[in-house]
Design a protein around this ligand. Structure first.
Ligand code: ATP
Ligand code: MG
Length: 306
């Protein structure tokens, strides 16, 4: 278990924007305060995470064994995702989503047969890669700024990078993809003062912390009779269209990523503005829409020249 001695620092009671310069990081447009743990793990705390710092410190939820015992692995996940209840001063129901980033791993994104007939889109999905933790939060914050309360999302609280080192094969990362992630981050960090730059620690894990939102996924809502099969299909399509209209797309969009809430009336879902209220919960493949035009293939004979 790693301790972050934030109590000993005077800054812990300060507002996010008043924290000392040395703690500040800005990555892909998102501001963080970076705290270093006693074992040299790093906790990048967002503006949303700062007021609940005591609840998100790794000692509250990351004790190896305890994460899996106290936390509930979320059904339907293909990665490692947990719901973990943590103590909070005033909210007894406060819980986190703890999600292990899969960046640089092979993204085996499945397309439901017959669902996507557009070949360009199929190619795009086949070539997709999981976002790095900082890109994921960057895209999510851009979506949140655009969507406001129309599309609720989990508030991003922090990124935790524990000090433990692993070999590449233990983390499942493809070494040959590192340069690409490194380059994108380096370009983003170029304008930052040297001491405040962030770079990836390829031998370490990255864990994303979000605030839990209540509800059930659309597939569960269908199974429990809140939606008909046609209703499930149209909610899923409407969700995709609404996201796209706001300039965003989730490459592996599916009913399990759409969260709805039961209303007080039996068998009904909560509505808002004449439509079923839905929230989006998975951002590891959240990308701008429409996609940027693909780079033209090099002309014959050009390959291999720098
Ligand atoms: N706030 C929530 N309320 C209800 N269910 C949730 C919530 N957050 C996540 N889930 C459930 O947990 C599942 C796994 O979460 P998530 O999609 O983030 O994991 P994943 O490993 O990326 O899965 P996938 O590979 O299917 O994208 C979701 O598909 C959904 O069913
Ligand atoms: Mg996912």
């Amino acid at each position: 278990m790693e301790h972050f001695d934030y109590r000993h620092h005077r800054h812990h009671q300060r507002a996010f924007d008043e924290a000392p310069e040395a703690l500040r990081r800005r990555v892909f447009g998102v501001d963080y305060l970076r705290l270093r743990g006693k074992q040299s793990g790093e906790l990048f705390v967002t503006r949303h995470g700062w007021p609940v710092l005591e609840s998100i410190l790794p000692s509250q939820w990351f004790v190896g064994e305890r994460l899996s015992k106290v936390g509930r692995a979320l059904a339907g996940a293909t990665g490692a995702v947990y719901r973990v209840s943590v103590p909070h001063k005033t909210r007894p129901q406060f819980a986190l989503v703890v999600k292990f980033s899969r960046f640089a791993q092979e993204a085996l994104v499945s397309v439901v047969p017959g669902e996507i007939t557009d070949w360009e889109e199929r190619d795009r999905i086949a070539a997709s890669e999981f976002l790095s933790p900082f890109e994921e939060l960057g895209n999510l914050e851009r979506l949140r700024a655009r969507a406001g309360s129309r599309i609720p999302t989990k508030a991003p609280l922090a990124i935790y990078c524990p000090a433990t080192r692993y070999l590449d094969w233990q983390l499942g990362r493809r070494s040959h993809r590192r340069w690409w992630y490194d380059r994108v981050l380096r370009e983003d960090q170029e304008s930052m003062p040297e001491a405040n730059r962030v770079r990836y620690e390829w031998e370490r894990m990255y864990i994303l912390l979000y605030r839990w939102i209540d509800g059930m996924d659309a597939e569960a809502a269908y199974q429990h009779g809140y939606l008909t099969e046609a209703g499930l299909r149209s909610l899923t399509t409407d969700a995709r269209d609404e996201l796209r209209a706001l300039g965003w797309d989730v490459l592996d969009h599916k009913p399990r990523h759409v969260i709805v809430r039961a209303s007080r009336e039996p068998s009904r879902l909560q509505q808002r503005g004449g439509r079923t209220l839905w929230a989006l919960v998975d951002y590891e493949l959240l990308v701008p829409y429409p996609p940027p035009p693909a780079a033209p293939a090099p002309a014959v004979g050009e390959q291999g020249h720098a």
